[in-house]
Design a protein. Structure first.
Length: 237
């Protein structure tokens, strides 16, 4: 009899899980890093068991609104300004509006990895005048960097998602004058310590090994142990 968890996943089933993850993110259940990690895992999952693991701590699709509209806030852009000083935002925070970063002979750091993103994409206006604006995102998102650099630099150093996948998007409009605007991923930043790392390691073990073979081996080891116990009892008589 076929193990239901071992049934091969279809492209449609992967896309359905990705949409469920997106909805969970808009509802504030996942951070940007968690959404990115699980989205990548969904696209590389091969069985129903692997897909189920990605949403086991989320409400089922029938328990939530079928497809909540992305937040279109009329609130003004939220600004982070560093003038001859530093402005940093990291850790857990909420993004439900467009962002702005201005560095004038100073530095601005925006770490989006642990942010709760309530919109389908993150929109950032970054201005650097003889300063630095650094934006840290999870590897796996798609970054759209546009703008102008005059005697300065604007660049992206992120391991982006595969073409054609529905991964989170970060759009940055950059204006750098004798300054820098940089968007970097996890691989280029200080590692983020989060409880989700344990979940991801568990998924990697499940995905990287033949879990059915592991189960068979454990059962075989159990049978061998019971056989040895019976032999020991028999020898004792």
């Amino acid at each position: 009899m076929t193990d239901p968890g071992g049934v091969r996943a279809s492209d449609a089933e992967r896309e359905a899980v990705v949409e469920q993850l997106r909805v969970a993110s808009v509802e504030g259940r996942l951070t940007l890093a968690e959404l990115t990690d699980r989205t990548e895992a969904a696209y590389t999952a091969t069985t129903h068991a692997e897909l189920a693991l990605l949403t086991q701590d989320l409400p089922s699709a029938g328990m939530t609104a079928p497809s909540p509209a992305p937040v279109k806030s009329g609130r003004k852009r939220r600004w982070f300004v560093g003038v001859m000083g530093d402005s940093k935002r990291r850790g857990t925070w909420r993004i439900d509006q467009e962002l702005g970063a201005v560095a004038v002979m100073g530095d601005v750091l925006l770490d989006l990895r642990e942010a709760e993103v309530r919109t389908d994409e993150v929109d950032i206006l970054a201005v650097s005048v003889m300063g630095d604006v650094k934006i840290i995102v999870p590897d796996g998102v798609n970054v759209d960097l546009d703008g102008v650099a005059i005697m300065g630099d604007k660049k992206v150093d992120v391991l982006e998602g595969a073409p054609g996948t529905n991964v989170p998007v970060v759009r940055v409009k950059a204006y750098a004058v004798m300054g820098d605007v940089k968007v970097i991923g996890d691989a280029q930043a200080k590692p983020l310590q989060r409880g989700f790392a344990a979940w991801r390691e568990h998924w990697r073990k499940l995905h990287g090994d033949d879990w059915r073979e592991i189960g068979r081996q454990l059962r075989a080891d159990g049978r061998e142990l019971r056989r040895q116990l019976r032999d020991d009892r028999h020898d004792g008589y």
